[in-house]
Design a protein around this ligand. Structure first.
Ligand code: TNX
Length: 470
């Protein structure tokens, strides 16, 4: 019996229990030991009860967690692996002990674990509604529980531009004061953005920034009308696909160059996301011209580029550009071909099928927030019963970098609203990203989910109601 999400690769229980008390100590790898000490309210020591030891991993990115009658020992070849073992430990504790140990019984057990995919992500849309630094930090803490290791920030869209760019200062003036529903918007200064990146790194999470181009650019054109061929106005609605840049203007490429250069400087991680989705007001010729020119500029800043799958319409992508698939578990027109195009150009794929991973889709017809377009509603069972390697013929585990669950924020003005739509559904996607390939037993999963929901409650993470039991 395992209570952990994502399900570990192997678990062997020894029978009996180990009791952890408030006098227990934590030690070993210092970043992880002090994190666990903070979370569980325990002090650190050189002869600890809970030891995080750098050593061997069962497989890349993996860890071992052993609970014996005398103590707890995690071993991994990276600090990230130890951090993920710490998340397993947090989930094994009774939820009442999750933010401070008084006395907790733990099963004697040995868990050997490693991820199926290297990239396990969540996306937060901070453009349709803006979320401040503290909200994003809370979200980072939330998703770390599930061993996710990437947070994609959708930083720009028609409704707002959210990141300071020194060479184009109007972007965060006229371009940032709007959001859906008209509550005022906002943006991150460079220092605030760096703080988010640092905080994420302390949770072994890489920030993946997205500047969505050439569609989804109304806010940029409000700030700099010369970026658009047509006059634009501030926009606080939720339609998609109406905006585009001035594709044949050199000013547009000076803008792309400046923005990407400044963003690359803020980004220690390997990836920059350039969007490319739903450019419905850009002709096919213009789209290919733009993608070729913009990605060539972006590639000069030394990062691996990511694009939504439509970017695969271009056959001139920089080598290794990653495609993010957002069509359905049964691909819609063109989606499979565009996705395969990235692989043909030396890239890999991140799977975000909208009908199972979009966290802004309603859970059921009675969910007050959320959209319903992607074959919605999307129940927790729907989000659990699919396989990323069985969607696009020719895209199997070897072509997949990983899996990501996006939260688009048109209907979620606050981070509590975001949490409600995300939890517990993100647990399904996290298990698909981490645990070995199916078959998946939803009844068994939902028993683990009950306990996970109790943990969410204990940690003050807002969530949709439990789905089984009482
Ligand atoms: C589609 S799928 C979008 C977003 C919307 C979302 C709403 C994709 C890459 N783009 O612009 O916010 O649907 O669910």
């Amino acid at each position: 019996m395992t209570t952990v999400i994502p399900a570990p690769v192997s678990r062997v229980d020894g029978g009996g229990a180990f009791t952890l008390t408030s006098t227990a100590t934590v030690g070993g790898e210092s970043a992880v030991a002090s994190y666990v000490g903070d979370v569980l309210g325990l002090s650190t020591s050189d002869a600890p009860t809970i030891e995080f030891a750098l050593g061997a991993s069962p497989a890349p990115g993996g860890c071992t967690l052993e609970i014996t009658s005398t103590g707890i020992r995690a071993e991994a070849d990276t600090a990230a692996g130890l951090f993920h073992a710490a998340q397993t430990l947090r989930q094994l504790l009774p939820p009442s002990q999750a933010s401070g140990i008084t006395s907790a019984e733990l099963p004697i057990t040995r868990i050997g674990d490693y991820p199926r995919f290297a990239y396990r992500g969540a996306m937060l849309d901070v453009a349709r509604h803006f979320f401040g630094v503290d909200d994003v930090k809370k979200y980072i803490d939330d998703i770390a529980l599930l061993k996710l290791n990437h947070l994609h920030l959708h930083l720009t869209d028609d409704q707002g531009w959210r990141i300071q760019i020194d060479s184009w200062p109007e972007l965060t003036k006229a371009g940032a004061t709007t959001e859906v529903g008209g509550r005022g918007g906002g943006f991150y200064t460079k220092e605030q953005y760096r703080e988010i990146v640092r905080y994420a790194a302390s949770r072994f999470i890489t920030i993946v920034p997205e500047i969505d181009l050439p569609g989804h650019t109304n806010a940029a054109s409000v700030a700099y009308p010369e970026l658009s061929d047509i006059p634009v106005e501030q926009y606080e609605g939720i339609e998609v696909g109406f905006s585009s840049l001035a594709i044949r203007s050199d000013t547009t490429y000076r803008f792309v160059d400046d923005v990407i250069r400044e963003l690359a400087e803020l980004t220690p991680g390997p990836y920059l996301h350039l969007g490319g989705d739903e450019s419905l007001s850009t002709t096919d010729d213009d789209f290919r011209y733009f993608i070729q020119r913009a990605t060539a500029i972006a590639a000069t800043y030394g990062k691996t580029l990511i694009g939504w799958h439509e970017m695969g319409r271009s056959t001139a992508l920089p080598a290794g550009t990653i495609g993010q698939y957002w069509s359905f578990t049964t691909p819609q027109e063109g989606a499979a071909v565009h996705t395969l195009s990235f692989v043909e150009q030396g890239g890999t794929i991140i799977m975000s099928p909208a009908d199972v991973t979009y966290l802004d889709i309603k859970y059921d017809a009675s969910t007050e927030m959320g959209l319903a377009w992607a074959n919605g509603p999307t129940s927790i069972a729907d989000s659990y019963e699919w396989d990323p390697a069985a969607i696009v013929p020719g895209i199997g585990d070897d072509q997949l970098l990983g899996v990501e669950a996006p939260l688009w924020s048109e209907t979620t003005p606050t981070i509590r609203d975001v949490e409600y739509m995300v939890f517990p559904r993100l647990a399904s996607v996290a298990e698909i990203a981490w645990s070995p390939a199916g078959p998946r037993d939803f009844d068994e999963f939902s028993r683990r989910l009950d306990r996970f929901v109790d943990l969410l409650g204990a940690l003050g993470i807002n969530h949709y109601l439990r789905i089984s039991g009482t």
